[in-house]
Write a protein that binds this ligand. Structure first.
Ligand code: APR
Length: 243
């Protein structure tokens, strides 16, 4: 009996290069809350108050009250089988690049090497006054934590109202425009410009495969319903069988 993974495995094997676009859903099984699905961060905290650059400039302690714990426990968060499946796909030579909206660094921890973090990362933290760089989890105490120069620290992440790192954006556009299959994993696809990447891929002839608990895309060619930590390892094992 054909598995639901067979046609998708066959598609990826036949249509290279393959690129993945990931969102918070792939990190949910690592214990990191998503933003908009059930129990998401933005259900509890208004992002314009807690995660916009304007709010940060006014009162950085709000942002730090929702991000300080993650940064100080940075090493404790581990990739899950979904991240590891993408790293394995890369090592099989079947996944050229991961474009992630996530700032948790878990793709790199899982062993993926070709990764673009378009919203930056909580790994690097800078003093907004003198530019001194700190590395998670080693940051001073306090909310907000301050540099030796007394400047406020800010993680190297893109807050609402900030522009994305142009280098990362150019890479993401290039990889989306150059792939023949895009795996769209665990994203509600509502935040631009990330949400345009699957459309760029499709316009350039790529097939879209969505992995999500429920459909966020109406025009995906395949929809693999379920948790990324279950679906992706199944897909990779099917690809191992067929390759
Ligand atoms: N496996 C697969 N998908 C999942 C899982 C899971 N275990 N758990 C949740 N999802 C799906 C949800 O159904 C939803 O479609 O992941 C998606 C998460 O959506 P969001 O919480 O909106 O996260 P994301 O799409 O990454 O948000 C994009 O918004 O707030 C900004 O900068 C932030 O990068 C973030 C951006």
């Amino acid at each position: 009996m054909e598995s639901i993974y067979q046609p998708v495995a066959d598609l990826i094997l036949r249509r290279q290069p393959c690129v993945a676009l990931t969102g918070a859903g792939i990190s949910a099984e690592s214990g990191i809350p998503t933003f908009r699905s059930k129990g998401g961060l933005w259900e509890k905290f208004d992002p314009t108050v807690y995660a916009s650059i304007e709010a940060f400039r006014g009162d950085p302690s709000k942002y730090w009250s929702i991000r300080g714990e993650f940064i100080r426990n940075y090493d404790a968060y581990q990739p899950n089988p979904g991240h590891r499946a993408l790293a394995e796909l890369e090592s099989m030579g079947l996944l050229r690049h991961v474009i992630t909206q996530n700032i948790d660094g878990l793709h790199r921890k899982a062993g993926s090497r070709s990764v673009t973090e378009i919203h930056g990362s909580l790994r690097e933290i800078f003093c907004i006054q003198c530019g001194k760089e700190y590395r998670a989890p080693n940051i001073p105490e306090g909310t907000p934590p301050r540099c030796e120069c007394e400047g406020v620290l800010k993680p190297n992440t893109v807050l609402f109202g900030e522009s994305l790192p142009i280098q990362a954006l150019e890479t993401a556009w290039r990889e989306a425009g150059g792939c023949r299959v895009m795996l769209v994993i665990g994203t509600s696809a509502v935040v631009q410009p990330a949400a345009s990447l699957p459309f760029i891929a499709k316009e350039h002839g790529a097939a879209l495969v969505e992995v999500n608990l429920d459909k966020a895309f109406s025009n995906a060619d395949y929809f693999l319903e379920g948790k990324a930590g279950t679906v992706l390892p199944e897909l990779v094992s099917e690809m191992r069988k067929q390759s």
